[in-house]
Design a protein around this ligand. Structure first.
Ligand code: NAD
Ligand code: TYD
Length: 343
């Protein structure tokens, strides 16, 4: 029997990779996918070109906050994999309204519709490691309390908790994943890796926030999709699963690797800029649970994944150039001032 999966935010960076993988040659044979996406600045229909003609694919342009639309879609689907979100921390610092609307109210709208149509529907909620806050040493297990700092992280934490509450209160089959920083192709050029690559390919400088000592764990999108599929197919209802990539780097270390891959020099290409407000120092998830329970292991070696990502941006200017010019002309630009020299 075919499983009908509703993928919200499936025109974005991670969601589109998930859909391309599910409907690609190595994907499961028993699924049909409907993407529900509002196509905000971050959603790009081109990301779904590869699967557009697949007989199991459908696309609906719409808002996860639209209760009538969502109710109709939930009636027709067996599972939800919920990616749709406002996802950029810097934008949330400039204004949190859309973050609360989509990440909290949109999530609640989907959950209530799932509940109304009940049965054996399962709901995989894609959360983030940023809900835990910032950690100087060690790594967070899933049992750690949530202490989000940015408006983005706070809105994701609210969505994550309202999802779990629907399991505890109503018995809905909710599974939550909390992943680290994703990287790969089709990543909107406002996040650090695609922003720095596209700047360097254009001979521009890259803006490094603060002292460049903030640490992120990098997870390739192939590994993230592997983790989500393990949770969707074999995870337990009401459980949270951390998904990490196993490569922790300071932003300085990451920048040096990107400069090398793009053939640029530090002194002429890096501009230290004023730090992001409330900038989380380090994220680090403990992935023992998903490894021991579901057999998850990140497979993509970081050097290979980064080289492939740089090559993709080199070869796909037609994808990112229009997005970059939109970014530069938008009212949303990073809240930094230029500084010269190292901090
Ligand atoms: P993205 O910004 O690239 O894509 C988000 C998608 O959601 C876009 O296609 C957008 O059009 C759609 N969307 C936004 N608001 C909507 C609404 N109201 N209704 C319907 N669609 C809407 O994000 P991403 O990087 O692909 O992230 C996907 C999910 O993974 C998000 O929930 C994010 O919080 C989470 N996450 C991302 C990362 C990362 O490193 N990118 C890390 C941890 C968690
Ligand atoms: P980002 O890609 O925005 O992801 P997140 O804030 O969700 O981790 O940023 C990753 C790291 O890179 C973060 O420590 C902030 C830093 N950064 C810069 O130094 N310069 C930039 O222009 C951006 C966008 C991020």
């Amino acid at each position: 029997m075919t499983i009908r999966i509703l993928v919200t935010g499936g025109a974005g960076f991670i969601g589109s990779h998930y859909v391309r993988t599910l409907l690609g040659p190595a994907g499961p044979a028993d699924v049909a996918v409907t993407v529900l996406d509002k196509l905000t600045y971050a959603g790009n229909p081109v990301n779904l070109d590869e699967v557009r003609d697949h007989p199991g694919f459908a696309f609906v342009q719409g808002d996860i906050c639209d209760a009538v639309l969502v109710d109709g879609l939930l009636a027709e689907h067996d599972q939800v994999v919920h990616f749709a979100a406002e996802s950029h921390v810097d934008r949330s610092i400039l204004g949190a309204g859309e973050f609360v609307r989509t990440n909290v109210l949109g999530t609640q709208t989907l959950l209530e519709a799932a509940l109304r149509h009940g049965g054996s529907k399962s709901f995989v909620h894609i959360s983030t490691d940023e809900v835990y806050g910032s950690i100087d040493f060690g790594s967070w297990p899933e049992t750690d309390p949530l202490r989000p700092n940015s408006p983005y992280a706070a809105s994701k934490a609210a969505g994550d908790l309202i999802a779990l509450a629907h399991h505890r209160t109503h018995g809905l089959d909710v599974r939550v994943t909390r992943c680290s920083n994703n990287y790969g192709h089709h990543h909107f050029p406002e996040k650090v890796i695609p922003l720095f690559i596209t700047n360097l390919l254009d001979g521009r400088k890259v803006p490094l926030y603060g002292d460049g000592g903030n640490v992120r764990d990098w997870l390739h999108i192939d590994d993230h999709v592997q983790g989500i599929e393990l949770v969707r197919t074999r995870g337990r209802a009401g459980e949270v699963y951390n998904i990490g990539g196993g490569t922790e780097l300071t932003n300085k270390e990451l920048t040096a690797l990107l400069l090398e891959a793009c053939g640029a020099e530090w002194d002429s290409s890096v501009e230290y800029v004023t730090d992001r407000k409330g900038h989380d120092r380090r994220y680090s998830v403990d992935c023992a649970k998903i490894r021991d329970e579901l057999g998850y292991e990140p497979r993509k070696d970081f050097a290979t994944g980064l080289a492939e990502t740089v090559t993709w941006y080199r070869e796909n200017r037609a994808w990112w150039e229009p997005l970059r010019s939109a970014r530069h002309s938008s009212a949303v630009s990073p809240p930094f001032e230029r500084r010269t020299g190292a901090p």
